[in-house]
Design a protein around this ligand. Sequence first.
Ligand SMILES: CC(C)(COP(=O)(O)OP(=O)(O)OC[C@H]1O[C@@H](n2cnc3c(N)ncnc32)[C@H](O)[C@@H]1OP(=O)(O)O)[C@@H](O)C(=O)NCCC(=O)NCCS
Length: 337
Amino acid sequence: MVNNPTIETPKRRAVVAGTGSCVPDKILSNQDLTKIVETSDEWITTRTGIKTRRIAQPGQTTATLSAQAARNALQDAQMQADEIEMIVIGTVTPEMVFPSTACFVQDMIGARNAWAFDLSAACSGFVYGLSIAHQFVSSGRYHNALVIGAETLSRITNYQDRGSCILFGDGAGAVILKAANEGSQGIMYSTSFSDGRGWTALNCPAFGSRNPVSKPLADPSMVYMQINGREVYHTAVRRIVELVNECLEKCDLGVEDIAMFIPHQMNARIIESVGKRLNFTDDRIFINIDKYGNTSAASIPIALDECRKSGKVHKGDIILLVAFGGGLTWGANVIQL
Ligand SMILES: CC(C)(COP(=O)(O)OP(=O)(O)OC[C@H]1O[C@@H](n2cnc3c(N)ncnc32)[C@H](O)[C@@H]1OP(=O)(O)O)[C@@H](O)C(=O)NCCC(=O)NCCS
């Protein structure tokens, strides 16, 4: 790995005070997809582990899903929206080009004392967001932060491309970090990487400055996500294994110290292959891709919320969040709950 300086764990910690999530009610099953493209439940299940995904309905947007996830996290943390000081949203399906989705969410939930911004790191958007908020809270600059990962990927999915449309779903997850001056709870370590040379493997080329939708596009399908699944698959496995090893080494932990490994839900086969290489037992790898598909930046916070609320993790447990995605980007957070 290239230079990535160790983040000294400061005395002041950024503790997970609450989590929340929100997914649309509308379910798109593998069976439903067989009516749209040439595919089968068997192919999708064995290649990806996905059975269903959730699809945003008219009126549901990245901001409305985020706002509901945020309200659920506030309730969990027993906090009021006007106490929140900072809102970060990782998304590649923002409400509009500008203003940021985070500003919409600030308004929707009434977080009038926060500053708010989006960050674009594709599937790594949430772990990047947590790393940034971690710095602001543990440095003492802010007392708390609301970090959200949210997507309406169905709006940039090409439902004529069977290689990609089977993968993606919509949803949002939120985490509230709060400062604590005592105890060992909180984010122990964060690490982030990117390699812009790999942009061609995963992208959505329209809507931006290079290919504005206001001008005729060379190919109308440029408004949709383009993925080179095979290339992504192999790079993801390698990078995720590297991230886990770095986190364990920097935190002086063994695999057995991690109560739950919560990876980005990109493909169950990728997660299983990583888990096997790292010797994680199945009961300590969280997988919910069967229900939601790949929700990009939303996948880790939704999984974390489910993990906490289903009692799979407890106060004091050490968890490991790891993501890989478009950019290319990758990153991880080690957290004691
Ligand atoms: C997309 C992914 C599931 C494809 O699995 P794969 O084993 O690599 O499959 P391939 O793309 O090599 O395709 C194998 C064959 O299945 C076919 N196929 C592709 N999609 C299919 C589908 N939905 N149903 C049936 N057959 C399909 C292909 O046409 C190909 O057929 P061929 O051998 O006759 O050409 C897998 O590569 C993956 O999950 N990659 C990472 C996903 C990703 O990028 N996520 C976003 C970033 S987080």
